[in-house]
Design a protein around this ligand. Structure first.
Ligand code: PLP
Length: 397
């Protein structure tokens, strides 16, 4: 059975060109970039090349790139590293819909004595800029707002947010793990001071990430050790993976406009097919400001997990907006923050496409999904109640 992979916000396939670029650094080119000899020097030059390619993708200067092990490390390093530089300030502002790499830092920071503001979102997953404005005080040490949400794809107005934050002279971090490689970014013209990214979301391997740190931004080192990464993160560099990330960045930059236009077309075809063929479907999030590859759809009165399992039986990979915790299916914190109704949040599925997604794959999903939902609704007590409720309404109305 052929796999139809529509879970690219979880992770992506490593591009064959990326694998090819990495291979020599596992075998012949194993020198340490910090070594004085030319065997290490060659690796150092290639590492610098990868840094330039990644910087170019996000419109930054190569010196502003610090390689890390993943997006989570970049988020932690940015937030904890900046807060440490402002011991007199104890206020951190973020949103209710961040990825756990930021969101789970909130209880940790509260325990450490910080006041944390988690900005609310509306039904479409958008923050209120006035709420942001009024949350900022002289004690605010850092604001962190994600560039695009991993579950819904909703894109935040990062430059507007940044302008409000910078007006108060406060450092601004964005978790752009889902945006890099999908959206054009220009850090040199941006209000963002720190930006997190992760290789495995843009066809590089898992276990490599980076943090953009604007020149002049105060930040403590993430790992204290050697002089690598200009003393900001000690430890011998993960050379093959950095080379891979550099190659993935180069490809993303070259093909972004063309590929992301195609991906968006396929996503729109999938979404319009679903909403046309299946009744009681809601598309979650602001569809006007959304990543081109993401569609979060709620199938009312069915459980997301059951849909996923039936898709899985057909080789179709997607993910659901609820997490199975201790036997109860809790909708995700993102959908809860958006106020998606219980009966819809439980049946939410995220489809996330990539440059490798084909039209045929989208058609296969559209061929099978209506039958899956119909079957599940046939055995759903909620659906039965809903239909009967409607019938009663119709009869009495
Ligand atoms: N931030 C966002 C928005 C993400 O989607 C993810 C991964 O899903 C991360 C951070 C964490 O990245 P990593 O898996 O590289 O730690």
């Amino acid at each position: 059975m052929k796999t139809i992979y529509l879970d690219n916000n979880a992770t992506t396939r490593v591009a064959p060109e990326v694998v090819e670029a990495m291979l020599p650094y596992f075998s012949d080119r194993y020198g340490n970039p910090s070594s004085m000899h030319s065997f290490g020097g060659l690796v150092k030059r290639e590492l610098d090349g990868a840094r330039e390619r990644l910087a170019s993708l996000i419109g930054a200067h190569p010196d502003e790139i610090v390689f890390t092990s993943c997006g989570t490390e970049s988020d932690n390093a940015a937030i904890r590293g900046v807060l440490e530089c402002y011991p007199g300030k104890n206020h951190f502002v973020t949103t209710r819909v961040e990825h756990p790499a930021v969101w789970n830092l909130c209880p940790y920071l509260r325990k450490k004595g910080y006041r944390v503001t988690e900005l609310s979102v509306d039904r479409k997953g958008r923050i209120d800029l006035d709420e942001l404005r009024s949350s900022l005080t002289d004690a605010t040490a850092l604001v962190s707002v994600m560039y695009a949400n991993n579950e819904t794809g909703v894109i935040f107005p990062i430059e507007e947010i940044g302008a409000i934050v910078k007006e108060r002279g406060i450092p601004f971090h964005t978790d752009a793990v889902q945006a890099v490689g999908k959206l054009p970014l220009h850090m040199s013209k941006s209000t963002v001071d720190l930006l997190s990214l992760s290789g495995h979301k843009l066809h590089a391997p898992k276990g490599i990430g980076a943090l953009y740190v604007r020149k002049g931004t105060k930040i403590s080192p993430f790992l204290i050790g050697g002089h690598q990464e200009k003393g900001r993160r000690g430890g011998t560099e993960n050379v093959p993976y950095i080379i891979g990330l550099g190659k993935a960045a180069e490809i993303a930059k070259e093909r972004m406009v063309e590929e992301q236009t195609r991906v968006k077309m396929l996503r729109d075809r999938l979404e319009s097919g679903i909403t046309k063929l299946i009744p009681n479907v809601l598309v979650n999030g602001d569809t006007e400001h959304r990543l081109p590859n993401t569609s979060n759809v709620s199938f009312e009165y069915v459980e997301g997990e059951s849909i996923l399992m039936m898709l899985n039986d057909l080789g179709i990979c997607a993910s659901s907006g609820s997490a199975c915790t201790s036997g109860s299916l809790e909708p995700s914190h993102v959908l809860r923050a958006m106020g998606v109704p219980f009966t819809a949040a439980h049946g939410s599925i995220r489809f996330s496409l990539s440059v490798y997604t084909t039209e045929e794959e989208v058609e296969v999903v559209l061929e099978h999904l209506p039958g899956i939902i119909e079957k599940l609704r046939d055995i759903s007590p909620f659906w039965k109640d809903a239909v009967e409720g409607k019938l009663r309404l119709r009869q009495t109305g």
